[in-house]
Design a protein around this ligand. Structure first.
Ligand code: SAM
Length: 272
């Protein structure tokens, strides 16, 4: 019997007051092509899960890049996301899992700022810069209060974000690689970034060019604004929302965070 489910948040709530465009609507189709072979973070989450155990909640779970392997490992994993496009891809992939793994997955459509799930978790994850999509302090705080409420007393919250490098050249289009999809499409990704330092925002433009030898080139353009966080700002934010940072790593090999690290991986618990 298949018990994994995708719900429009009966027990997990999605709040229609956030009528914002789905930034991943057009990117969803190309997301896995670009990111499915990133597994370094997954190995890190697996090692923490070995100590902490499940159930696991992945907030902003997207296409299930990390959620699905964790379910295959045997953990009960819940996930939610506000993008139908990303969730459609996740649920399509669930069909290919064996029944027991499907039965360990619960997927919801919900917003990070308002989600409510009917239980608490041993591990709550917000991987891969997802938190930076929350642009306003109010939304960041609601999200983290929510996380704290959903975390078991001795559970762990893990959030990974990039360590802002403001010395990067702005408005320079960088070619981030070219891949070929299973149906023979040649997909090239280009990226340009600008910074709004007073507001701690970075806007990233993605230009995704899709071509096949015998067809005209198509371009999909996506633009994201992210609210980047400094180390201290992230620690203070979590602490003001009932989460105590117990460790911060600067890579996926458990090395401590330094100011030159590329990423910040925060491991937090509920404040006592
Ligand atoms: C960078 S992707 C990460 C997806 C997945 N966690 C992974 O690691 O591959 C960011 C995800 O956050 C979701 N997202 C953005 N804002 C959100 C919000 N306010 N509430 C819930 N999900 C959100 C997007 O739809 C997208 O799927």
């Amino acid at each position: 019997m298949k018990t994994s489910r995708r719900e429009e948040a009966s027990s997990a709530r999605s709040d229609t007051s956030y009528e914002e465009p789905d930034l991943y609507e057009s990117l969803g189709k190309y997301y896995d092509i670009w990111y499915e072979d990133i597994t370094e973070d997954l190995d890190f989450y697996r090692q923490i899960a070995e100590n902490v155990g499940g159930p696991i909640l992945e907030c902003m779970c997207g296409t299930g890049r990390t959620l699905i392997p964790l379910a295959e490992d045997g953990y009960e994993v819940w996930g939610f996301d506000r993008s139908h496009s990303m969730l459609d891809r996740l649920t399509a992939k669930l069909e290919h899992l064996d029944e027991s793994a499907q039965g360990r997955v619960m997927v919801y459509h919900a917003d990070m700022r308002t989600f409510q799930c009917p239980r608490r978790y041993r591990m709550v994850l917000v991987p891969f810069n997802s938190f930076l999509h929350l642009l306003e302090r109010e939304g960041q705080e609601s999200a983290l209060h929510n996380v704290a409420e959903h975390l078991e007393d001795d559970g762990r919250f893990i959030m990974s974000v990039f360590n802002p490098r403001l010395d990067r050249p702005e408005e320079l289009v960088r070619h981030r690689g070219t891949k070929t999809s299973v149906n023979g499409e040649i997909i090239s990704k280009f990226e340009a970034q600008t910074f709004d330092q007073p507001r701690h925002r970075s806007t990233v433009h993605y230009f995704i060019d899709i071509s096949r030898q015998d067809r005209q080139l198509r371009r999909v353009t996506v633009c994201f604004t992210l609210r980047y966080l400094s180390y201290q700002e992230a620690v203070d934010l979590m602490e003001s929302c009932g989460l105590e940072v117990v460790e911060t790593f600067g890579d996926w090999h458990f090395n401590p965070f330094t100011r030159n690290s590329d990423i910040m991986v925060f491991v937090a618990k509920r404040s006592s």
